[in-house]
Write a protein that binds this ligand. Structure first.
Ligand SMILES: [Zn+2]
Length: 229
């Protein structure tokens, strides 16, 4: 699904990946669950590009529904994987970046039934990025540290295109942007700070892992907590 001439959303089973399309190559932000690589490559072919046009895979964090197909795509396309330092350490071990807080027995049961889906193979990261780095994508794509959902979660912001790719640091629902809090939130206070920081960027377009793309986004940040997965 095309969002702007340079940005596409690829909805996968439970999560979105985003494809940045430029003449000199493609950049994928997050990769869905394991075994989503075929769907992503099919999408690349459908827009008239080749798998080896994929040059970079930018990860927001090391949960299995974001890193899942990164290793397979790296092997199939030769793309380089980028991530923050701690999330890269977790990805290299095939480990989630924090344990969920499962106080309620029902949640424990749901988690034990679905945990298998999120298991991903040890995934090597080629480039470590940190807050303030600027990548040569979308006129200069800034790495923004947005911890909270996980310890070293990062988002990516293009000031010239006014596009924010926020991973799981935000959640959208009914064309509004929320702070997502769930048993998977590592630190709620840090999460709140990250939401405020991203609202202050006044992005025009906000893309998240879970939820639809929000346009004219600057005035749609709600500082209410919503439960999410
Ligand atoms: Zn996540």
């Amino acid at each position: 699904m095309q969002i702007t001439p340079n940005l596409h959303c690829i909805p996968l089973s439970i999560v979105n990946a985003f494809l940045i399309v430029e003449d000199d190559g493609l950049t994928l932000v997050d990769t869905g669950l394991p075994k989503n690589e075929k769907k992503i490559l099919k999408y690349i072919e459908e827009i008239g590009r080749k798998p080896n046009d994929l040059k970079r895979i930018l990860l927001t964090h090391a949960d299995g529904d974001h890193v899942g197909s990164a290793k397979a795509l790296r092997e199939l396309t030769g793309a380089k994987i980028y991530a923050s330092e701690y999330e890269a350490e977790c990805a290299a071990k095939g480990m989630p970046p924090r344990e969920p807080k499962l106080s309620n027995p029902l949640l424990k049961l749901v988690f034990s039934l679905t945990a298998k889906m999120f298991i991903y193979p040890p995934t090597p990261v080629d480039e470590i990025v940190k807050d303030g780095d600027v990548l040569p994508i979308l006129g200069g794509l800034r790495v923004i540290s947005t911890p909270g959902h996980t310890p070293d979660h990062i988002s990516y912001f293009s000031p010239s295109h006014n596009i924010l790719l926020a991973g799981d640091s935000l959640r959208t629902s009914k064309d509004q942007i929320y702070n997502a809090v769930s048993p998977f939130t590592w630190d709620e206070a840090k999460q709140n700070q990250s939401v405020k920081l991203q609202a202050d960027l006044k992005p025009q377009i906000v893309c998240v892992g879970h939820g639809t793309v929000v346009r004219e986004a600057a005035h749609k940040f709600k500082f209410t907590k919503v439960k999410s997965d």
